[in-house]
Design a protein around this ligand. Sequence first.
Ligand code: HEM
Length: 443
Amino acid sequence: MEPLAPLRDVPLADTHQVCAGLRTRPLETLCYLRDTFGDAVRLAVGAQSWVLLSHPEAMKEVLLRQRESFIKPPLLALARELMGDGLVTAEDRVHRDIRPLLNQAFQRTALSAHVARMQPMISEAVGTLRDGEEIDLSLFLRRLTLSVIGAILFGIDFERAFVDERDALLHHAAIATMCLRPFQPQIEDLSAFRQAKQCLDQTVDALIEHGRSAGCGDNLLAQMVMLGVEDSACPLARPKQLHDEVITLLLAGHETTAHALEWTWWWLSREADVRTAFHQEIDQIRAGDLEGAFCDLLEQGVTYTKRVLWESMRLRPPVWIMGRQVGLKPVSVLGVTLEPGTAVALSQWLNNHDGQTYPGPDRFDPNRFRDPQGFTPPPPLLPFGTGPRRCIGDRLSTAESLAILVLTGRLCAFDLLNGDEVAADAGFTLKPLPNLYARVRLR
Ligand code: HEM
């Protein structure tokens, strides 16, 4: 790959045309920018100067090797309207204080207990499906992933005690995120956004209040409340910070995983050989292996199912774009000098569709990942980012996706009713549009 040029030589894309394209057809526009201008191109979005870096090494360079030179970018200003200063959007100073407090709940050591907790929930949800029934598969998965995250992190029983709150969260989160599209200078339909945000805030506050009054449970919410009570200097002692962390984890923790699963079933419905191999692998699991050490089975086994999940996340990455902003000093990234304040866009979509890294990039081929190990994506795939701001829920999400694929796939298959109509909608996350509808086929 040729070294990149200093910034002054980086071409400036036709701003008006490109900005319109980024808003209306972002994935195609990103590909156009890379194909037309190469590994680096400048964009002026409003008053902000952006550089899109599509060199395959750029993501590691910015997020990991030269991370000290970057801060979270204006791309996230709109997300901050929704999630406040929770972990995803927090500035590095706040982040340094908070992330260690939350890490424990996401360690490998906590994972077996989380998987044991989610297993009966998943089986129960799948047990409600009837042969021949037509369902909104997207909604089924979004409800399930929200219920799982609510239960294991916050001790909330969304399936029974808080059904209305669960559906209110899903409904208002969908409206709010629809109003937040990357590369958009402001929130679309401000009054719809404000109304949805207000409902989300009220629901989250009610759930926190319930958690407080329920007293000391064995979950992250109880731990966060306790940390704030024991130490008034702890950031979590501030109700707003606690609120922002809870809303962040609820939203970031369910939607992305649901989309990963929606896309995986979409691919399974299109690729008959892959579907057969997937069912063969999970049919071979003995019933006894689903008990006790289920987490170990997911971590060490189901390698074909893992390949399918990773290939689906390669072609349809739930997080398709990320950004950073150059801090106080200029920095040189792969030969490009970036001035302070420059915003940098990095795209999983572009990385994952790069023909040099993945020959035949548009082909769905799970076997391109030879022997996926554990819960970590095989390099160079970076669906969860990298560096200190890497996704805190990466292993949890992977374990959950595998658990849902295994437990659902053993009992039923889904015949999609609208697979051909579905497109990738690149908004806040990359979701299928419209929702997936399916006929259930019990096996
Ligand atoms: C398929 C599922 C998921 C994907 C693709 C995904 C993707 C990502 C990515 C790419 C980042 C890094 C963003 C950046 O560097 O700017 C991130 C951060 C984050 N994710 Fe996830 N995520 C997933 C699931 C989850 C789950 C299950 C949770 C929580 C339960 C979660 C919580 C977070 C949080 C809190 C951050 C911010 C971390 C920090 O800055 O320290 N995510 N995620």
